[in-house]
Design a protein around this ligand. Structure first.
Ligand SMILES: C[S@@+](CC[C@H](N)C(=O)[O-])C[C@H]1O[C@@H](n2cnc3c(N)ncnc32)[C@H](O)[C@@H]1O
Length: 307
């Protein structure tokens, strides 16, 4: 299937999403937020349900979880996998998945005890509108939780070549990322660094807390952990398909909207594809090492009683 035929997010729904969290850290968050007391839970922008399944072992018995997304194909996968997951883990609760738009949730006010999202607000042209809907459908006193990245955290990758690496190549990678991210936002397709702005939304809630995902990304020989195996598979696929981050045409749109020229884009994309292939080759030789923090920023707060 070509990128044009598959739902936009499918390229990013690889098994690596199953390794975004330490289960015990989600358990700690669940304790802090009293997740087990919530009977009705909603995730907006649930995709294939990876975040839902990471949380599910921390839900209280008899939970009723609803996942909403605008992509029906992703919801089909979420239904199938979550049913199998609940059976395998012996979870006593229900999962249901419904189609809808984050900006106009198809639920009455105060329907859920808790409302989540993960990497959703970065994709919305108006994250405030999506957030307001999450607040509307949450019961007063219930928690709203968002996990959103500041994708400039990816710039940690610039250090991977060590102090001897060429500064101009590092700056090229940085400029590429900043131009694409800026262009995507200027096109009205969401700002991938939105995590940095979460306090602008959560300030109006009660009992607000901010945290960060404690998971680190590691790539080190023999690349044998489940996280490394899936990351390596993703990298191999990107190299095989000639894709660096976004598929070329999509990246070109973002890059040029972000202020770069077509000629600069072609040269940057080819250089970054080449660097990516070299990185994979270094891994295959067992010489690649990287340890990076994952910029998953977390905000949680309660819907005020008189909202
Ligand atoms: C990056 S994925 C995150 C999926 C899931 N939360 C996870 O972390 O695995 C973003 C999801 O948001 C959905 N989405 C984006 N904009 C949306 C909107 N306006 N209404 C409903 N869903 C939306 C996409 O279809 C996609 O499945």
């Amino acid at each position: 299937m070509s990128d044009r035929e598959r739902p936009h997010s499918e390229r990013y729904f690889t098994d690596s999403r199953d390794h975004w969290w330490h289960a015990d850290y989600l358990g700690l968050l669940a304790t802090r937020l009293g997740v087990a007391r919530a009977k009705t839970l909603l995730e907006v922008g649930t995709g294939q349900g990876h975040f839902a399944r990471a949380w599910a072992p921390h839900f209280g018995s008899g939970f009723s979880f609803t996942g909403l997304d605008r992509e029906e194909r992703s919801l089909e996968v979420a239904r199938e996998r979550s049913k199998a997951f609940a059976k395998e883990r012996g979870l006593s609760g229900s999962f249901s998945f419904v189609s809808g738009a984050a900006e106009a949730l198809p639920f009455p006010e105060a329907s859920f005890d808790m409302v989540f999202c993960q990497t959703l607000l970065i994709h919305l042209p108006d994250p405030g509108a999506g957030f307001d809907e999450m607040v509307r459908v949450c019961k007063p006193g219930g928690f709203i939780l968002a996990v959103e990245p500041n994708n400039l955290g990816g710039l940690q990758h610039l250090a991977v070549g060590g102090p001897e690496s060429d500064p101009s190549h590092q700056l090229r990678e940085a400029l590429y990322l900043v131009r694409c991210t800026r262009g995507k936002a200027l096109l009205g397709l969401g700002w991938n660094n939105f995590g940095i702005r979460l306090p602008s939304l959560f300030a109006k809630l009660d009992d607000v807390r901010y945290y960060q995902n404690d998971r680190a990304w590691v790539m080190a020989p023999p690349y044998a952990t489940a996280q490394e195996v899936t990351a390596l598979e993703d990298l191999q696929r990107s190299v095989d398909e000639g894709v660096y981050g976004w598929e070329r045409e999509e990246a070109r749109r973002y890059y040029t909207a972000g202020g770069g020229s077509e000629a600069e884009f072609e040269s940057d994309y080819d250089a970054l594809l080449h660097a990516q292939a070299c990185e994979l080759a270094t891994m295959r030789e067992g010489r690649y090492v990287e340890l990076a923090g994952f910029a998953g920023l977390i905000a949680a707060g309660r819907k005020p009683a008189a909202h």
